[in-house]
Each structure stands twice: as structure tokens, then as C-alpha cells.
Design a protein around this ligand. Structure first.
Ligand code: FES
Length: 319
């Protein structure tokens, strides 16, 4: 897959505090020109100062290209990006963002869309809801969050045109999503989409498997930086033969940058943009990215060195 991002400048025109942890930023071109078109579920990469960058879902209406809106949760385990957005970005700030890309679009063959969101994972579904408005394919959104104070944009969902299709699950009030019951009532052509914390994504995927729902009907997206799970391994840079140790909790990119072993391109550092795609020369990768398809992952031709690791003790890559 070719990396298709182009970068351009935008100005922040509005900042709203949606919950104690979540801010909504409205972005527009300073010259008033329309933003590039996008489809529901798309994301952009936001580049900040100090080399920070994060991917954020577009949550605004794809039919309104006068602006984009993104929701940013202040992450406790932040690499710095969400803290930068919350503490240093205000109305009038300039940011560089990428053109949108969609790795989480609604499947056009679906007979029904079943969307499951946890916490800040609500954002891609907000743009998709706009897209579904007035359409013929039935849909439902199940939105789970920790307490009434954590449910960003729940007012707009409960009062808006989609209210009849939205169910809210507030953990602190004892209202939880019953996945087996949800799956039991689904037709063979329903597609399931999940975005949110990893435990929710894992539960939705495993529950779907247990219910006999084909993998192709289950779609997920998670941008929170994937922890570099897995033990230490030896990384060999094939062009120079140089060997590096990638420790547990460290990414391949970090190992390379720590000793300036090679020049690497990386935009999102979250396995989303494809910029750091690197050929595998020997060994196999444990893939943690959102960018490669299942077939591409299985082919073991390339890996995203910002998040993926070796499967085994040694990996040789084309750098
Ligand atoms: S830097 Fe974006 S996928 Fe690795």
C-alpha cells in the first residue's frame, strides 16, 4: 500500500471542553478554502511541535467541508501529543495536518451496521452517523463509558436525529453492554464496528468469534498508542549488517533512533499512516498496526516499525 498523505496547514477556530478529559477542536484553512473531502470513519494525522504527531478520527459531518472537528482525550500514558493538544493548542493556533485517510469505513455490502464505541472511541462513529442519515441501511450505535461525566457528546446523540438508534451504557450506573445478547439477534449480513480501549475491542472480536460471526464482518480501530507488547529481540539492519537489541517495552523505531543507526521516516508512530513500512528480509513480525490488511500481515513482506515487533528472537529488515 502506498502512503497517500499530504500535509497542509490549518487554524484552530474553536476549542470546547466536552468532558473533563476530552476537548473538541474545530480546524479550518486560514484562507477559507474547503477542506479535502472525506468519508465517515476517516482520520487525519496532526503534527505538533517537538516532532509529536497523533492520528485523530474526524468527527464532523463529511458533507460540511468548511471545517474538520476532532476529539482529543488527555491520555495519562501520553507520548506528549494529547498533552500538547490540551495544554498548548488554543483558538488561533496553527497546526499541520494530513489529508484524510479511511481505514475504518462502513462496509457498503452490509445489510445492517452495528457500531460499538467505548469512551473517546465514539469519534469516528459521529462522522459515520452523518453519513447514515436518511439512508436505507439500518444501523445502531452502542456507546459505553465509565460514568455520566465520561460520556462525551452523549447529549448530541440522545437529542439528535439518531436518538432512536443509540443506546448508552454507563458503567457506574450498572448499565453494561451485553454482547452475547446483541450478537444473538444479528442477521447474517450485519457488520460490527468497534472503536475504543483495547479490552473492549478484544471482547467484541472474541465475542464475535464465539458467536460464529466471520472476521470479515468485524471491523475495529484503535489509535491509542499500542503498547510495545512482547519480549526483547535482536534487530538486524540488513543494509549495514548492524545488530541492535530491541528491549521489552521499546519499539523498533526507538531502538534505531537511540543510536542513530539509520534514517527512518515516521509520521504517526501509531501504526496508522504507513510511512514507516519496511521490508522484512528474514524472520517474521508480530503486527500491531492498523495499516496493513490481514493478507498483507500474513504475507510477512513488510512491517510497521513504529509499533510492530519480531515474532521470535531475531528479525532482519531492509534498512
Ligand atoms: S509512523 Fe505511521 S505507521 Fe509507522
Amino acid at each position: 500500500m502506498a502512503n497517500a498523505y499530504e500535509m497542509f496547514s490549518v487554524q484552530v477556530t474553536e476549542v470546547e471542553q466536552a468532558t473533563a478529559q476530552i476537548k473538541r477542536f474545530t480546524l479550518a484553512r486560514a484562507d477559507g478554502q474547503p477542506m479535502p473531502a472525506f468519508t465517515g470513519g476517516s482520520h487525519v494525522i496532526v503534527k505538533m511541535a517537538d516532532g509529536l504527531s497523533n492520528a485523530y478520527s474526524l468527527m464532523s459531518d463529511p458533507r460540511d467541508l468548511s471545517r474538520y472537528q476532532i476529539g482529543v482525550r488527555l491520555e495519562e500514558q501520553s507520548k506528549g501529543g494529547s498533552a500538547f493538544m490540551h495544554e498548548r493548542v488554543q483558538v488561533g493556533s496553527e497546526l499541520t495536518i494530513s489529508t484524510p485517510n479511511n481505514l475504518f469505513g462502513l462496509d457498503p455490502t452490509a445489510g445492517k451496521h452495528v457500531m460499538i464505541a467505548g469512551g473517546i472511541g465514539i469519534t469516528p462513529f459521529l462522522s459515520q452517523l452523518h453519513e447514515l442519515e436518511g439512508g436505507e441501511v439500518p444501523y445502531e450505535l452502542h456507546y459505553a463509558f465509565r460514568s455520566p461525566d465520561h460520556g462525551a457528546f452523549q447529549g448530541q446523540l440522545a437529542d439528535g436525529p439518531h436518538a432512536a438508534n443509540v443506546s448508552l451504557y454507563v458503567d457506574s450506573l450498572g448499565r453494561r453492554l451485553d454482547l452475547p445478547a446483541l450478537y444473538a439477534g444479528l442477521g447474517e449480513d450485519a457488520h460490527i464496528y468497534v472503536c475504543g480501549p483495547k479490552p473492549l475491542i478484544d471482547a467484541v472480536i472474541e465475542g464475535a468469534k464465539a458467536a460464529g460471526i466471520a472476521d470479515a464482518r468485524v471491523h475495529f480501530e484503535q489509535f491509542a498508542a499500542t503498547p510495545a507488547e512482547g519480549g526483547a529481540f535482536t534487530l538486524v539492519l540488513g543494509r549495514s549488517g548492524r545488530e541492535l537489541q530491541v528491549e521489552e517495552g521499546m519499539t523498533i523505531i526507538q531502538a534505531i533512533e537511540n543510536v542513530k543507526a539509520a534514517q527512518v521516516e515516521c509520521l504517526c508512530r501509531e501504526g496508522v499512516c504507513g510511512t514507516c513500512e519496511t521490508a522484512i528480509l528474514e524472520g517474521e513480525a508480530e503486527h500491531f498496526d492498523q495499516y496493513l490488511s490481514d493478507e498483507e500481515k500474513a504475507s510477512q513482506q513488510t512491517l510497521m516499525i513504529c509499533v510492530s515487533r519480531a515474532r521470535g528472537s531475531r528479525l532482519v529488515i531492509d534498512l
